[in-house]
Design a protein around this ligand. Structure first.
Ligand code: DC
Length: 223
């Protein structure tokens, strides 16, 4: 869809729970629109990973904020789509290790961490982006012209995660635990003006086509 990026900085907010298909959609949509792809879950995972590596307590919000402020996030414009660099290098896929998944909700619940993250994310999206997360359409870019909220039935989300993690039997359990932790410490609600897509029975191409249609509609023809 050529032209979208030429309309000025456009932020497309994609929010939703784990396993709803956010990353697949957001990276493909970013490539389609010629915009950077910013995965904010990866930023929280990177901080959780760094805290584990440096022995910073995941209950210590101020120490986590200091740690975050020493990390640099920027967009690698040579990538297709342009995507996040952490401290100058491409972060490993998803920081999916179970230790990271077990502590990321705790790290993400601190208000000082969230404020610093939001600041960084606004900077990363300043020139336009497809940004995926939980609070993009509500907190990070409440004025985003396009907001999509993805969801899927719990069994389908668990199955997708299990496939991504090469079929570990504990995946469904781990995801349900993290869902309920996120729900407790960091509940998130869709933006009232987000368009909801239920991806339970949709393949990746169908979700992308629907998202492109929504972008066209929201940006008003000609894109
Ligand atoms: O989307 P994900 O599963 O990679 O996110 C990892 C964790 O980060 C998740 O447990 C919730 C948190 N998160 C958040 O609090 N706010 C965001 N914008 C993105 C992720």
């Amino acid at each position: 869809m050529p032209g979208a990026a030429e309309k000025g900085p456009i932020v497309v907010a994609i929010d939703g729970p784990a396993g709803s298909g956010k990353s697949t959609l957001a990276s493909r949509l970013a490539a389609e629109l010629g915009l950077p792809y910013v995965n904010t879950g990866l930023m929280y995972r990177a901080l959780a990973h760094r805290a584990l590596a440096q022995g910073v307590d995941h209950d210590d919000g101020p120490a986590l904020e200091r740690l975050l402020r020493k990390m640099t996030f920027e967009i690698d414009r040579s990538g297709r789509p342009p995507a996040l660099l952490l401290d100058g290098t491409r972060p490993p896929d998803g920081y999916a290790a179970s230790e990271v998944e077990n502590s990321v909700s705790a790290v993400a619940r601190h208000p000082e961490v969230r404020r610093a993250m939001v600041e960084l994310q606004r900077g990363l999206g300043r020139e336009g982006a497809v940004m995926e997360g939980r609070d993009i359409g509500t907190v990070v870019f409440p004025e985003a012209p396009v907001k999509i909220y993805l969801d899927a039935a719990p069994h389908e989300r668990a199955e997708r995660r299990a496939r991504e993690r090469k079929g570990s039997a504990r995946v469904a359990e781990g995801m349900a635990e993290r869902d309920s932790r996120d729900e407790r410490v960091n509940p998130f609600v869709p933006a009232p003006n987000a368009v909801r897509i239920d991806t339970t029975t949709l393949g990746a191409d169908a979700v992308l086509n629907e998202a492109v249609r929504i972008v066209r509609e929201r940006l008003g023809g000609g894109t």
